[in-house]
Design a protein. Sequence first.
Length: 204
Amino acid sequence: MLHYKLLTYLDKIIQNASSKKAILFTTLFITFFVTINFSPIGFAGLQQIVDGARILDFEFGFTYEVAQEILTALGDEGRAFYLRSLILLDTPFPITVMLALVSYISLLLKHTSVKKMIRYLLIIPVLFMLFDYIENIGIIIMLINHPNLPRWAVMMSSISGMLKYISSAVSVVAVVALFVVFLRSKFNRKSNCSNAVDKNNEKR
């Protein structure tokens, strides 16, 4: 029953997919991406406070010692900025990434003939979003408790961060693969139409 409901819900997402939605969600993603990385209230602002600053979000996994080193190097002002600005911006950002990826995957699924199980690809961007939020919760706990970092929070954030990057990479690969399938099917249709026209002309 749950499996059937999930497939029905995924089908609705695919049916409602459109290029307008994909463009809208991509615009939102780009806006937040630029703001987080290049604006004074984002990572660029943290770089002004602490030259050469690193943040845990950009690490593909980290140990307790590395987390302690990164957060200590930020200083009190850097950690405060990380907590009140970067984490705040990173709250809506995973949603925009998820929506953009889901919109492209669903749009391509709508226009390609693939096995029904492929619809489950739509779940991967959602997993990315969840892993990102779990990572952020761990980082918040570490920032609040520094220098006494809870080891469970470090481990939770590190593992979630790695799963976040893996799920985002799988999602991007899925978009590229589906786009290739879409192009091939479109080319084959054109080729078949051309062959049909040639045969009709020969009969005449």
